[in-house]
Design a protein around this ligand. Structure first.
Ligand code: 4AD
Ligand code: MG
Length: 462
């Protein structure tokens, strides 16, 4: 791979074959062509030097342009050019795939707008930026699994098709058959959605939390990491209809424990990117977000601030800032409030704890004050909420009261209630939105650029 060739592990004189896609080609008067070749393995392309003595020089090499796929065989030699140590002296160049129509090939070797690149999501991984984002996303995903494995957590694969609304917020997509001949129907002849999934009504999951709680109350430390779906008709820069979520759940743990876990976890992930993807971070800091590296370093070295929700409301009310949305005890924090708290007031990540019970999910544990629940959100500069979590209500009578209060039908939650009947213990967990994390690390302003194929209202093309 290009990475192996450029990493310094191979010495000059080594014979190599590199397969990849042409970024650019430049010809010198001396009869040499310089081809920048990438295969996605690292940020830098390798320079392939092709001389006009190659048999297919005039007929093929001189027609190579952005996007063409080639197989280059030759010898690694010390580079004359600045910046790079090794280049490939080509002895053979085989064209694997031409670009049909170079004029209209969407990925030209020049900066493209992010809006334009979303229209060609199948080709945008060929750009510098999306190559970098893809490698950073991979690095983060690997670090997620490593962190949990090193700390004694088991990865639990929770279902995507489910009958319960884990957040009780009604943002569900229904799973429905296309088999019109056999679809169950009501007496009026309409599709009977209540029986449409083999006799049941089923949805795409909004969170694996409830399922992972069951495993937590047997395996002690567990996590999920998978796709989740929300029929949230909000066209914002931080919401997707399909996103990936990481949800750890810990038995015999309370709110403070998982506030600490969220801090240790995020810092571990950022350290991994700083250690492993400096090539991509350098590009991001030069072209996308100039503080990309320093803010990760700051994040890792500074303790998170913890603020009680009630105090946060006071601080916001006394800030003198004219917010668009009202600030009042009992109302949820909006993005503008979250960002002001973390960016302006504290200047580092903030954990807001103990929210009013009426604005948080039914499964959150009621505090002794009877007015708040043991909930927490982690707010990150530039994004706002990146993590949402809570200590769970482990007392059956309290849980039943909260479910009744939120009008949740207990029918689909009997198994969840069982967990409070058989060996219940205090437990707590949180959910980290993976794409919000990628946005933060890669300095992206829009969550549509943090996932290969974004699903948002009106967009599910690729
Ligand atoms: O705060 P949320 O809704 O919490 C839960 O789903 C809990 N069940 C998690 C848990 O305690 N196990 O979502 C958690 C995180 C948010 O903080 C946010 O980062 C992300 O998931 N998120 C979204 N990301 C992209 N698009 C959306 N529509 C998102 N909704 C939530
Ligand atoms: Mg939340």
């Amino acid at each position: 791979s290009v990475e192996q060739a450029l990493s310094g592990d191979l010495s000059p004189g080594t014979q190599v074959t590199i397969r990849g896609w042409v970024r650019t080609r430049r010809d010198s008067k001396a009869g040499l062509s310089f081809i920048n070749l990438t295969d996605g393995s690292c940020f830098d392309p390798i320079q392939v030097v092709a001389a006009n003595t190659l048999p297919n020089y005039a007929e093929a090499v001189q027609h190579l342009g952005s996007g063409c796929a080639i197989i280059a065989r030759g010898t690694l030699v010390a580079s004359q050019g600045k910046g790079q140590s090794l280049e490939l002296q080509a002895e053979q160049i085989e064209v694997a795939g031409w670009v049909d129509d170079p004029e209209t090939y969407p990925i030209q070797p020049k900066p493209h707008s992010l809006e334009f690149l979303r229209e060609v999501a199948h080709l945008r991984p060929r750009t510098n930026l999306f190559g970098a984002v893809t490698r950073i996303r991979h690095c983060l995903a690997q670090a997620v699994h490593r962190f949990f494995d090193e700390n004694g957590y088991y990865w639990i694969n929770t279902p995507i098709v489910t009958t319960s609304d884990a957040e009780g917020a009604g943002q569900l997509f229904r799973v429905s058959t296309l088999d019109l001949a056999n679809v169950p129907r009501t007496e009026a002849g309409d599709v009977d959605f209540k029986r449409d999934f083999f006799g049941k009504e089923a949805f795409l999951t909004v969170s694996g939390q409830l399922n992972v709680e069951a495993y937590c109350l047997a395996m002690s430390k567990v996590y999920t990491f998978g796709p989740t779906f929300r029929a949230e008709n909000s066209n914002t820069a931080r919401h997707l209809a399909e996103f990936w979520m990481i949800e750890p759940e810990v038995a015999f743990a309370d709110l403070d424990d998982i506030a600490q876990l969220s801090e240790d976890f995020l810092k571990y992930l950022f350290r991994a990117v700083l250690n492993e993807r400096m090539d991509d971070l350098k590009f991001i800091s030069e072209r996308v977000e100039k503080n990309a590296i320093s803010r990760l370093e700051d994040f890792v070295s500074m303790p998170f601030e913890r603020i009680d929700y009630g105090d946060a409301i006071e601080i916001l009310r006394n800030s003198g800032v004219k917010f668009e949305f009202p600030v009042e005890w009992g109302l949820d924090l909006q993005t503008e409030h979250e960002r002001w708290l973390t960016e302006t007031h504290v200047g580092r990540p903030v954990v807001v704890m103990n929210y009013p019970e009426q604005i948080k999910a039914f499964y959150m544990r009621l505090n002794d004050d009877g007015k708040t629940v043991a909930a927490m959100d982690v707010l990150a500069p530039g994004i706002g909420e990146i993590i949402g979590g809570a200590q769970r209500e482990e007392r059956l009578d309290f849980l039943d009261r909260r479910m009744a209060q939120f009008g949740i039908e207990t029918e689909h939650y009997q198994w969840y209630r069982d967990l409070r009947r058989y060996g219940t213990v205090p437990h707590a967990g949180f959910g980290l939105g993976f794409e919000r994390l990628v946005c933060y690390v890669a300095g992206l302003n829009n969550i549509r650029d943090a996932i290969p194929y974004p699903r948002t209202p009106g967009h599910a093309t690729f």
